[in-house]
Design a protein around this ligand. Structure first.
Ligand code: GAP
Length: 431
């Protein structure tokens, strides 16, 4: 791991963003738990995506489908046959490696002989009901969008939208990845934010270009460095079985350029196949009564991937006279805590009482932290490290003129603000 990644991993563990899953038993590869700070960051990311992709658009609707579907869904989608990774297994230690990552016939771990390439299905299997037989076999979904396609007619019948329109979903996805790694970049359990945008055939290329621009802007609006983002056009020969065109938005991670979000033109592949397999007519009927299968443009993003990018982008170290100040310069919309509140001195009841009053009042509007441990310098450092945007301190002057010190995380500048103006002060800046 590179230096910056190591620092992020360490900060995430130390400050309660991310923990290895079932750590007390030695963990389990590719599974991560999000701690008290991490769950706030994740929830803020999901809420922002939902607000911008669903709530702020008139033509996009939300959905929350199940994780386990009727297994026929995965036959129709093509996953049972082709959601595979080519892998090679070592005949001695039985470790498995992605075929593309292996340069010789020797096992990179133990030097043993590698078997021929085998196709390995990435879907996790389970059984529905008590009988563990083929008939009860089901899968944990590897993508959330199939629940959207199987509900397509339900949404059309209930809301009668006009094309173009979209159905969006946020939820867990599971992939038994052959190799995981780079912290939360590639996991076996993760969350996806997917939009299926249904358009008229023939207008798909126009809408594809529209979503490329929209999605890139989404990242730059969040302050992600434009120079660290680029499009990667998938060569025709490497397209997924359902895709006419796929472009990834890539980010320059410390370990190299890698996919952050995928944008695919899924054509009418999924709706047509689900019609064929289910025997149900999944065509859309327009105002003139004409029936057709809409084409689908799909922007799809992993929550853990964008969380990692935001942490990498936000990490700062600054030398000062006390050593190195570490802070997370997170956008206030996404930072776990917007404001921390503390009395200058924890042993002065008047200052504590006033700080508590402010804390209780702000709590109804923002995610706020209370901190009265150690001296004020230590509290600032602690809040800086978790990305809290402002620190509010009550001091002797507060008792005289009802003002407090508001200190900005990034500039460390302090200003005095009237207590009754605090909510507006923060709200204006967050907006
Ligand atoms: N429905 C389309 C689809 O699943 P994908 O490119 O395989 O497309 C979409 O996945 C996004 O989900 C990726 O761009 C990435 O952000 C995220 N993702 C995919 N596999 C992941 C994994 N193993 N761990 C974390 N995130 C993953």
């Amino acid at each position: 791991m590179t230096g910056l990644m190591e620092k992020i991993v360490s900060l995430c563990k130390r400050r309660g963003f991310v923990f290895p899953s079932s750590e007390i038993y030695g963990g389990i590869g590719g599974f991560w738990d999000f701690g008290p700070l991490g769950v706030e960051l994740k929830n803020n990311i999901k809420a922002w995506w939902w607000k911008t992709v669903v709530h702020s658009r008139d033509e996009v609707y939300g959905l929350d489908s199940t994780i386990i579907h009727n297994p026929r869904v995965w036959e129709a989608s093509g996953h049972t046959l082709s959601f595979t990774d080519p892998l090679r297994e070592c005949k001695s230690c039985h470790k498995r490696f992605r075929a593309g990552h292996i340069k010789s016939d020797k096992c990179p771990e133990c030097g043993g002989e590698l078997a021929e390439v085998k196709q390995f299905n990435l879907m996790f299997e389970t059984h529905v009901g008590p009988a563990k037989e083929t008939a009860s076999r089901a899968y944990l979904r590897p993508e959330t969008c199939q629940g959207i396609f199987t509900n397509f007619i339900n949404v059309v019948d209930t809301l009668q939208p006009k094309v173009p329109f979209g159905i969006a979903q946020i939820g867990k996805g599971f992939r038994n990845e052959v190799t995981t790694g780079n912290f939360i970049f590639r996991d076996r359990e993760f969350e996806m934010m997917e939009l299926e945008y249904f358009v008229k055939p023939g207008e798909d290329e126009k809408w594809f270009d529209y979503w490329l621009k929209e999605r890139l802007k989404w990242y730059t609006d969040l302050g992600i460095n434009k120079r660290k983002l680029r499009f990667f056009e998938h060569p025709k020969s490497a397209l997924a079985h359902y895709s006419k065109r796929t472009v990834d938005i890539e980010y320059k991670f410390p370990f190299g350029w890698a996919e952050l979000e995928g944008i695919a033109n899924r054509t009418d592949f999924d709706l047509k196949n689900h019609s064929k397999f289910s025997g149900k007519d999944l065509r859309f009927q327009d105002e003139k009564g004409k029936k057709f299968y809409p084409y689908v443009i799909e922007p799809s993003l992993g929550v853990e991937r964008i969380a990692l990018v935001l942490l990498l982008e936000a990490y700062r170290e600054e030398k000062d006279n006390k050593g190195v100040r570490v802070f997370l310069s997170l956008d206030p919309r996404l930072s776990p805590y917007k404001v921390a509140i503390f009395p200058l001195l924890a042993n002065k009841p008047d200052l504590v009482k006033k700080a508590k009053e402010i804390y209780e009042n702000l709590k109804s509007k923002f995610m706020v932290a209370w901190d009265d441990i150690g001296n004020i310098g230590k509290r600032y450092r602690r809040q800086d490290e978790i990305g809290t945007f402002w620190c509010v301190t009550t001091d002797h002057q507060t008792l005289k003129d009802n003002t407090v010190t508001v200190r900005d995380r990034d500039t460390m500048k302090q200003e005095r603000v009237k207590v009754d103006k605090l909510i507006k002060f923060f709200q204006d800046k967050i907006d």
